[in-house]
Write a protein that binds this ligand. Structure first.
Ligand SMILES: [Cu+2]
Length: 735
């Protein structure tokens, strides 16, 4: 979906506004239960593929007789209320408090199996009659959804978060002094606004972690498990969503190597008034089979006083930059877009977040020196996302684009509009997350000077790669880059520039040259400068950080046999073979497994069941040339073996471990993964979240790792009164 250009006629803009209102009425009727999706099909408003048809101005995709724009559109351009770019500082992420001892900090104390203590339910919840009770925790009950390794690796840190409507932040902790946060006074309330001169977001428009801006940063280290108690404080009434977003939640720690009960499975969602305890043990993959005696200091964690606490597992599997976001079945795009996304920095002996400690293990990447680990002074999280808002400045989304993807017209960094960021003359690390719904980015600096890419997705590369522009960042991909600002003088500026234009959400339409992008010659308003660096001073202390020539070599898999190969084809015109009202969904998109038909998502269907403790090779194939798909496979990092059938096509920055695989038009990726340490049901899906929601997602599971896991696993069916289970709707042949 796209937006009207500013040159569009008033009539065309009015038409788009009307269409939007009509569609909002339909979605309200859907949400209120006055009509069902089935009704919409029956009335011919949806195609079998899930695309809303044009009826009486419902779909401005379809050109009217007086359309004057060459760009299809669903929303008028977002009004900027006279706000100029680069007139506000970029806020650092808001660091979540880390509380020792979850068992005394949290009330009630966390439990291995879901806490099914009953509470009286709010009758505004769907399917609830007055007097009904339900469990306080929304995690599916019983042993299959118990925290794996809860007894052997109990959580040591408690983090308590909520998802709720927008409000001012009175406890903002940027983790650095104001001088390293572009002068922002964090003692002042931080308003829920994209710019000081834009309107506050209302509590139904913006739903974020803790209801506040800036986005949240979770800090963790290996060997120190986190219990993340997530409260759902969204409105009980499902229709109170400001036009988009779903009040049920499932939070995915992307790409945690955790048990499935903590993965944010799309069908393990919980309701307003409930919490869900996510246990992130933060272990190295291979914990059960490699370095089990914890003797290698490279498999280690900062010990708080300059030393290393050794941990079991394979140090080659060390991860650094994660993020966490909602994964609600068929509503992920809306909920993530609405603000339910944060980042997670994981520290280790190798990637310590302290650039001074010289112990032969620490890579000494740009960060800072004051704290033993996790210094954020020169280690900066950047979340890029395009947003759109309505005439009142409230966040807007086109819920009826189920085909291409949603592309908006305002560029934000850390959820504010095109900010500036003050830097010192030294090296910085930027952890860049593509947090968009459907948009890809390609980044260069405005003076075409080099950046050093050190990580892709969660993982440091085997070796750094010097680039003058990034590859296309698919949705959910992370690129960590080091920029050395010592080459500039105090008073100079340099900007990050997006070179990649979209005409719709299918894929980028074209790459602009740097001079074209800077000249503003693209019709896409998200092309061009989006973040201005202001070089403001020399560092008070010398920059002792390094970018070593060798960082984290890949795990050696040569001795591990390949148990089997699988193919997955991602494309449109998919079929739905099931009709479970909770677990199945219809849409244009789907995934074909091992030569079978392309199927719409059903989280009750088991499409693959790799054997516990094995290694496999998977080929992901894009079924078309008119779109791209960034495919995310949950649970363990993979290594790309081939692109389009050849190892020679794998670029240097994809030679480490990955968790998102951008297929490119007509392209394929062949990768290898292991399935170890934990069990349960996981997912594989497109991370163009509009494709994911409509319905390019499948479930695979590790169900042979011993008790309590059954083959196949029963599917959770969440209700406010408690989660029940049902047999899989379908188990594909030869899983
Ligand atoms: Cu896709």
């Amino acid at each position: 979906m796209f937006f009207l250009s500013e040159k569009s006629s008033k009539r065309r803009i009015r038409e788009a506004e009307n269409a939007r209102r009509n569609r909002l009425e339909i979605i309200k009727a859907l949400a209120d239960g006055q009509v069902s999706r089935r009704d919409l099909f029956k009335w011919g408003l949806f195609t079998a593929g899930g695309l809303l048809l044009w009826k009486h101005g419902l779909n401005p995709f379809v050109r009217s007789a007086y359309a004057d724009s060459s760009i299809p559109t669903g929303l008028p351009r977002s009004p900027l209320f006279g706000v100029q770019a680069f007139t506000q500082p970029m806020p650092r992420f808001d660091v979540l408090p880390r509380n020792p001892n979850p068992f005394t900090f949290l009330t009630p104390a966390p439990t291995k199996e879901a806490n099914t203590t009953q509470q009286l339910l709010n009758p505004a919840l769907e399917g609830v009659t007055p007097g009904d009770t339900g469990p306080i925790e929304g995690r599916p009950p019983g042993p299959i959804w118990a925290h794996q390794k809860f007894d052997t690796l109990p959580p040591q840190i408690a983090v308590e978060i909520s998802t709720e409507g927008a409000k001012a932040n009175t406890v903002y902790n940027p983790g650095v002094p104001s001088s390293l946060n572009s002068g922002i006074d964090s003692t002042q309330p931080f308003p829920p606004r994209f710019h000081p001169n834009l309107p506050d977001q209302g509590p139904l428009a913006l739903w974020t972690f803790n209801g506040t801006l800036p986005p949240k940063l979770l800090i963790g280290r290996y060997g120190e498990g986190i219990l993340n108690r997530h409260h759902n404080k969204l409105p009980f009434d499902v229709t109170q969503n400001g036009g988009f977003g779903r009040h049920t939640l499932s939070t995915h720690e992307h790409n945690g190597h955790h048990g499935a009960e903590n993965d944010g499975f799309t069908g393990a969602f919980f309701f307003p008034g409930q919490f869900y305890d996510y246990h992130y043990p933060i272990v190295l993959a291979g914990i059960n089979s490699i370095n089990t005696g914890a003797t290698d200091p490279r498999a280690g964690s900062p010990n708080g006083s300059g030393g290393i606490t050794k941990v079991p597992g394979d140090w080659h599997e060390t991860m650094s930059t994660h993020w966490f976001h909602d994964h609600m079945f068929s509503f992920t795009a809306q909920n993530v877009y609405k603000g339910d996304a944060g980042m997670f920095n994981i520290y280790s002996a190798l990637d310590r977040g302290n650039e001074a400690i010289n112990d032969g293990v620490n890579l000494r990447l740009p960060s800072g020196t004051a704290k033993d680990f996790g210094n954020l002074d020169y280690d900066v999280n950047l979340m890029l996302a395009d947003k759109a808002w309505d005439a009142n400045g409230q966040l807007a989304f086109d819920i009826f684009d189920t085909e291409d993807g949603f592309v908006a017209d305002v560029m934000t960094v850390n959820l504010v509009y095109r900010p500036f960021f003050e830097v010192e003359r030294r090296k910085y690390r930027f952890r860049i997350l593509n947090g968009a719904v459907s948009r890809f980015f390609k980044i260069s600096l405005s003076d075409a000077s080099p950046m050093i890419q050190i990580a892709n997705d969660g993982n440091l590369l085997p070796s750094p790669v010097v680039i003058t522009q990034t590859d296309q960042l698919g949705i959910a991909e992370r690129y960590d880059v080091v920029i050395d600002f010592s080459r500039y003088s105090v008073g100079q500026t340099v900007s990050m520039v997006n070179l990649l234009a979209h005409e719709d959400g299918k894929m980028p339409s074209n790459t602009l040259s740097l001079s074209q992008a800077l000249a503003g010659s693209s019709s896409d308003p998200c092309v061009g400068k989006f973040l201005e660096f202001r070089i403001v001073r020399d560092p008070a202390q010398p920059d002792v950080s390094q970018v070593p020539a060798v960082m984290i070599p890949n795990p050696d898999l040569s001795a591990i046999p390949v148990s089997r190969t699988r193919t997955f084809v991602f494309g449109d015109s998919a079929d739905q073979t099931t009709n479970d009202p909770v677990t199945s969904f219809r849409g244009p998109w789907g995934i074909g497994t091992n030569g079978g038909d392309k199927l719409n998502a059903d989280f009750g269907r088991v499409s693959a069941a790799p054997k516990f403790g094995t290694r496999e090779i998977w080929t992901l194939q894009n079924d078309g040339g008119g779109w791209d798909h960034p495919i995310h496979i949950h649970f363990e990092e993979g290594q790309i073996l081939k692109r389009n059938g050849s190892a020679n096509n794998v670029p240097a920055w994809e030679k480490g471990r990955k968790d998102v695989y951008r297929l490119r038009p007509d392209g394929s990726v062949t990768l290898t993964m292991q399935f170890r340490d934990f069990g349960g049901m996981f997912m594989e899906h497109c991370h163009n979240t509009v494709h994911e929601d409509n319905a390019m997602l499948l479930r695979w599971e590790i169900d042979d790792g011993g008790t309590p896991f059954l083959r196949p696993l029963p599917t959770p069916i969440p209700r406010p009164q408690g989660v029940t289970f049902e047999a899989p709707t379908e188990v594909l042949n030869n899983i």
